[in-house]
Structures are given as C-alpha cells and as structure tokens.
Design a protein around this ligand. Sequence first.
Ligand code: UDP
Ligand code: MG
Length: 338
Amino acid sequence: PIRLQQADDAPATRAAVAFAPPDEARSISCVIPCFNEGPNLRRLLPLLEDILWATRLRWEIIVVDDGSTDDTVAVAEAWCELSGFRCISLSRNFGKEAALTAGLAAATGDAVVLLDGDLQHSPELIHTMIAQWVAGAEVVYAVREQRSDESRFKQLGSRLFYSLVNASDRFAVPRDAGDFRLMDRKVVDALMSLPERSRFMKGLYAWVGFRAVALPYTPAPRAEGASSFNTRRLVGLAIDGLTAFTTWPLRVVSVVGLMLAVPAFAYGAFVAVDYLLFGNSVSGWTTIVASLMFFIGIQMISTGIVGEYIARIYEEVKGRPLYVVRRERGTGLETGRT
Ligand code: UDP
Ligand code: MG
C-alpha cells in the first residue's frame, strides 16, 4: 500500500488520479544508470517490462552502462533485440550523475522515470507516479520513509549536509529524496538546458522547480552486490553539492577573517602602547605559539574553502563533455509488439 502525499500547490486530488483514463498517445522513458548490475538487471528488466506494458503507454527502457566490468552490457544488449529497449554504454565509469545525464539526454518520452538498477527502487511505484503525472504533476519524486537502515554517522552527515545546503536560498533541496522520480518532458528539457559540468542532480532537480508531488516509499535492500557510494564518495558528493549551490561559505570566510583581524589589531595597539609608555615587555611564549597555530589553521581552512570553489570554476572552464559514449544499441519507443 502506497500512501499519497499531495504537495500543497499540486492541482491533482486523489479522485482525479483514480478516474483519469490512461492516455495511449503518451510515452514514457525509464532511465537506469548501471555500474556492475548484471545479475540485478536480469531480474529488473522483465519486471519493469511487465509494469510498462500494464500502463498502456508507449514506453522505452534505457540502460546506461557506466563503464561496468561485469556482464551488464551483455545483459542489456541482449534485451535490445526487443523493441523498446536501448542500451547506452559509456566509455568508462563517469559516475552516477553523468550516467543519469546521458540517459536523460537520450530519452524521447513525454515523461522520464529515473530508477536505480539494484532493485532498491521498486518499479511498482511507477504506476502511482504515472497516475500523479496524468493528473497534472510535473515531477513525482519518491521520498524515503525512514533511514534506519543507515548508520548513525551517515544519518547525521546527511542532516548536516541538508541544513548547510539549504541554509539560504529561494529553493530547498528536499531531504530524503533521491533520484527515483518521474519528470515531465518540460522538466527534463529544463534540466538538460543547464550548462554546468558539475552535476549535483538533487540540487538541479530542486533548482528547475515545477509542481512536484512527493511519494513516500521504503527502499528495498540492494539485491546483489554492494553500494558504490562509500564515505569518501559521499563526502565528495556533498562538497560538490555545497559548492554548486551555495556561496555563503565564502562570505563566512571573510566575516571570520574580519572578526579576528579587528580584535588582533586592537590588541596589538594596546601591547605597543603598554610597552612604550609603561615599559611592560611582552611575555608568554605558550600563548603566542598556541594562537599562531590557531590562526594558521583558520587561514588554511579558509584557503581550502576558496580553493574548492576555484576548482569548480576550473572544471567548468575546461568545458570537457560530461561523458563519452562508446556505443548505443536498440531502437526507440516500443512499437506495439505482442
Ligand atoms: N551507479 C552508476 N555509476 C556509479 C555508481 C553507481 O551508474 O559510478 C548506479 C548503480 O549501478 C545503481 C545506482 O547508480 O543503479 C545507485 O548506486 P548504489 O546502489 O551503489 O548507491 P546507493 O543505493 O547506495 O545510493
Ligand atoms: Mg543502491
């Protein structure tokens, strides 16, 4: 049972969802970024195909192989014998965000569903997503009901990240919402028109806006294999997200600098006057060394923060493509085979 949660500004009501007739003229693309998901794809693709037939929409399934070293490409390309299935192999591992972008660029449907290849994103939810879309939602995103499967450390880190990234802005990146979502063609076109190279997708989804409906769901445990997002990668992703969607850390650096410089100057003046007029010479090695280390530390952190932003500018200026395609297989939308 899936509970529907309507965003305040969404026009749809539950009744409208229930009575909206399926529209055969509409088409839908499913994009699956895959890094070593061979065994999972074997289970997911037939499942997904059944679900898409049942929607009575025209559909295509696009598997984006992100430089897998297992049989992911072989599995996906075997399915490409059937109409509706497509496989895009990237020339190496470019990361999930790049793989998603490659899939979005290739998708031709009136709506695009993004889902993971590891069966954590249950394809059954696609029915509900489509119903919401037919009823007028432009984005339908799945929200994790609970994260109790994650370590305390990871939950804390994610809380910290969202409060930092949403500290000041006109749009908020929703917590607990991932890449599992349906997006209308308008939204996909808006996403694809964003020129940046550092693609923090969760932020970009929020940035483009549109009427969004949240669907609570509980992710299934990963079917086979292990998650490729370890702590190091997650921290990297968080820094990408922060630098792409905030500039306040730069301001904090200036303010901290100012707050330290003003009292330091005043104290320096006091010490000089004290010595010249009253002959009190400066004492206290320990204090000097400790404060020196403290201020050098702050300085290095500040330089690091500025450096992170400069690194992003450098990435953008180089203007390299986000991914390189090795080859594509399969035809477009399914053509009504029986
Ligand atoms: N993935 C990808 N490229 C990568 C890492 C992951 O395309 O470099 C895909 C992966 O195959 C899966 C999805 O992204 O379909 C989510 O990855 P994973 O399950 O490892 O992450 P988690 O579920 O822990 O967030
Ligand atoms: Mg997963």
